[in-house]
Every structure is written in C-alpha cells, then in structure tokens.
Design a protein around this ligand. Structure first.
Ligand SMILES: Cc1ncc(COP(=O)(O)O)c(C=O)c1O
Length: 463
C-alpha cells in the first residue's frame, strides 16, 4: 500500500501510519502505535532537533548518547560525501584503507598505557562481543583454556548480541532469549544512593563494591574467569559514578587473578566526561576499551575494541588468526568521518568545555531537588540522571503502576511536547537521563531545568 492509499483514521496518519505498518522499531511497544503515533524527527541543527510538524526540541540525549558535536555539521557531511566518492567501501579483512589505519593510530595515541591495537566494529554491542571473544581466545593461546567467564554489574547494559547480552545485567531484557552464551556473572553496581552498606562513606562503599568482584572470581574459580566488564559511569540504573578508590581496587583484583579489565566506554568515551576515554578521568588503565557512539558523533556508524600490547602479542605468532570480523567494520566513510569529528572536538576544545561546565550543569539540575518527586541527581561530565521517588525522605521508589503511568506514559510524551528530548528509564529505579551535545552551555542547562521543572511538577500530581 502506498502512502497516498493509506486509510485516514483517528490514529496516526501519513508517515507515522506507514511506520506503524512497516517499521519494526527497536525496544518499542509497537502494539500502541495506533493510539500513539511515533514522533518523526526530520532535521537536526546544533543542539536542537525538529519534528515533522516543524517543532523545535532540545536534544537532551545527543540522539542516544551519540551526537557529541551537535547536529547539522556540514563539514562532516562533506567529508562523508568525499570519502564515498573516493572509496565507498573496502573491508579490513587482509586489506586496509588509509582512514582506518590513521584512525587506529589516533585512537591508540589517545588511549592510556599500551592500549595500542584497534579492532573496528560497526557499533558498541559488537565491540563488547569482540572483547569477550578476544579474551577467550587470548587465554586459550596462553594455555589457559578454562578462562572464559565474564563478570559484570547488576542493571548494566552492554548490548544486544547474545554474548554482550549475557554480560548485560538486566534479567527482563534477557529472558526471552535464554539460554544465552554461558559464562556471564553479576556483581553489585555502585549505586550509593541505594547502598545497603556503607551508604555514608563513599570510600568504604567503593571498597565493598569492588570486593564483590573478588568474591565472584573466587566463587567461580579464578582459572575460569577471563574478564571483568564495567562502564566507568554505569548508564543503566542512572549514571552510577565510581566511588573513590573503586577502580584502583578493581585493577588490583584483576591483576591478582589474571583477569582482563574491560572498560566499556560506548557512552562514556569521546568527551562525554571531558576526556577521550573516561578511564583516564577516573584514573585507571584497562586491558581493553570498547567504544562507539560519539566516535563519529553519529554522522556514520562505527565502533571499536582497543587492546593492549600484551593481548595482541599471542595473536602475532605465526599462522594465528582471530577468526572474527564484520563486513562494515572500520568502514572508510565512517573512519573518515571519525577523524573529522575528532578534529572538531580538538579544534573547538569540547573536552575542556565539558570539564569547565560540568559543575554548572550539576548545580542547575540540583535546583530540581526542591521538587518532592526528585530523589537524587547524580552523574559526571555531560551525563546525568535524576532519580524519581514517591517520597524524598524515605527514598520510596515508584510502584509498578506509577512507573507505567509516568515512565512509559506521561513523561516521554510530555517532555517532548514541552520541548525536551531526553530519556525516562526504569530498567533500574526510575530515572530521567540527560546527555546533551558537548556544545551545550548554561543557556541549554537552564532550558532543560525549566522544562523538567514544569513537567515533573505536573507528574507529581499524577502519582
Ligand atoms: C555501555 C554500552 N555498551 C554497549 C552498548 C551497545 O551499543 P550498540 O547499540 O551500538 O550496539 C551500549 C548502547 O547503548 C552501551 O551503552
């Protein structure tokens, strides 16, 4: 059926109706499409997006933690067009092309320590998947074939391929696909707002949380554990920052039991916290970094797994191969765009901008704590979460019915109507997440605060 032939109804019309009929949307309740037409975004300009009705909406989530340099950069579009004309595609399977080589060199240069070897993917989940596969094969090559398990944290999201999903700590997201890749084990995250121990002492809490990793390694047997996968600041659950000393202790534990430490920087990388890689800001050197999203600011897809000299070494032996890859990994257009995107970040000092403005962003969002529905404001850099509660004093969380009405119902639509795109999320306790383009400043922080204030004030009356 063509668009013109589509029956007009009281439900969605035009493109939204076609989407309801043909577009399989991701992580979306499609059964509701008839009553809730999908918002259609047609244009981006700077920190704003525009919908098909011409409305301007502040992009408080950089698309999906992606558009670091903002929308509508002609320079990046031109680089993409030029590269497509010159060499649109060639694989990095036994051949290479200049931008993939230069980008690998650049990422290696920006990564800490001797993380010098870059394996490209097309996105973040593939990078996590690749990290687990490389860890398994690495230990097999070293004569430790039992080392295959991965430890990660409760509520953390690490992607949808079945290996990455097995590392993900969200049971509801996994249950329809069980059994997943065996070997995923969970430890507590660093949610100090809801800590059951050491809630008043961040250092002691960090030590406690890190020690759960040692406990899990010992429970599973160090001879079977290959890697620990952690985000510097955990997204899912709402921006759990690492308590002081946490990563020092994790590094110590990983070294003690010969377990690889993977820093999943799919969100945290590329300036989100004011440094190229967030491990640098939080003072640890992992064995592997996984990254994607902000590398190109979304102007073309790419991801990467970056490994140390120690890890690549056994793969350099005669006739050894890592039998793994993706057709579009390190795509010439994406690699060229990534180089230009990183140039923009350098030229405009966007990392420093985040470091200079992060306190002001925090202070602006913390004004919202005078609203009874706001329980906690937490995060770092340009990556913040506002936890919603039914009672500030007791930290009582929203019940299932309130979550359904607010997080799934009222908030996403109303925030959008009021001019702010961001993310109400209840994969852990209910939060609203903000991760705007790194070009934002006080004017945008104020705009976010005002829209959130109006919307959350109304939300409180609906509890
Ligand atoms: C920490 C983390 N790892 C992995 C992924 C998966 O990335 P992708 O959606 O590009 O596969 C995400 C996506 O948001 C993420 O936040």
């Amino acid at each position: 059926m063509t668009l013109a032939e589509h029956p007009v109804s009281t439900g969605p019309t035009g493109l939204a109706a076609t989407a309801a009929d043909h577009l399989w949307m991701h992580f979306t309740r499609m059964g509701r499409a008839a009553e809730h037409p999908v918002p259609i975004i047609t244009k981006g300009e700077g920190v704003y997006i525009y919908d098909d009705k011409g409305r301007r909406i502040l992009d408080g989530l950089s698309g999906l933690f992606v558009v670091q340099v903002g929308h509508g950069r002609r320079e990046l579009a031109e680089v993409a067009a030029k590269q497509a004309e010159e060499l649109a595609f060639f694989p990095i399977w036994g051949y290479a092309h200049p931008h993939a080589i230069r980008l690998a060199e650049r990422l290696a240069g920006e990564a800490p320590g001797d993380l010098n070897r870059v394996f490209f993917t097309t996105g973040g989940g593939e990078a996590v998947e690749s990290a687990w596969k490389v860890a398994k094969q690495y230990f097999k090559l070293l004569g430790k074939p039992l080392k295959h398990k991965v430890i990660s944290r409760a509520t953390a999201y690490h992607g949808t391929p079945q290996g990455a999903l097995a590392i993900t700590g969200l049971p509801a997201m996994k249950q329809d696909f069980e059994p997943l890749t065996p070997g995923g084990h969970r430890v507590p995250n660093t949610n100090i707002y809801r800590a059951t121990e050491h809630a008043e002492d961040a250092k002691a809490f960090g030590r406690w949380a890190a020690d759960r990793i040692e406990e899990a390694i010992l429970f599973e047997g160090p001879a079977t554990v290959a890697a620990v996968v952690l985000e510097p600041v955990q997204n899912s659950g709402g921006c759990f920052t690492p308590p002081p000393g946490y990563f020092d202790r994790v590094r110590e534990i990983c070294d003690k039991y010969d377990v690889l430490l993977v820093s999943d920087e799919v969100i945290c990388g590329f300036g989100r916290h004011g440094t190229t890689f967030a491990c640098e800001k939080f003072g640890f050197v992992p064995d592997i970094i996984t990254c994607a999203k902000g590398m190109t600011s979304g102007y073309s897809p790419i991801g990467a797994m970056i490994a140390t000299d120690r890890i690549i070494e056994p793969f350099l032996a005669d006739k050894v191969v890592f039998p793994h890859g993706y057709t579009f990994a390190g795509h010439p257009v994406s690699a060229a765009v990534a180089m230009a995107n990183l140039d923009i970040m350098d030229r405009e000092g966007l990392h420093q901008r985040v470091l200079d403005n992060q306190d002001a962003f925090q202070a602006t969002l913390e004004k919202l704590t005078d609203l009874p529905i706001v329980g906690d404001v937490r995060g770092d850099g340009y990556f913040w979460a506002i936890e919603l509660v039914a009672d500030q004093g007791t930290k009582l969380t929203l019940d299932a019915d309130q979550r359904e009405r607010l997080i799934k119902g009222f908030l996403p639509g109303t925030l959008f109507e009021n001019g702010l795109y961001c993310r109400p999320d209840d994969r852990g306790d209910p939060v609203i997440q903000l991760a705007p383009p790194l070009t934002c400043g006080q004017a945008e922080f104020d705009e976010m605060e005002q829209i959130l204030r109006a919307t959350l004030t109304e939300a409180w009356t609906l509890l």
